[in-house]
Write a new protein. Sequence first.
Length: 60
Amino acid sequence: MNDIKLPPYMVPYKNRKKFCRKVRDTETEIEELKKEGKWKDVAHLGYVLRNAWWGYKRYK
């Protein structure tokens, strides 16, 4: 089977179970903001998840 190349900031599925509560809550908040159409806030929280020490970097 071919390996799918993920963007560098995306964490592999097998590592997602190790996410802390803060990351899961932030992802939930992003989904709610998307439904409300607040794209500026979505972009900011996505940036934070990719670059904060407690975000996706921690689980690579």
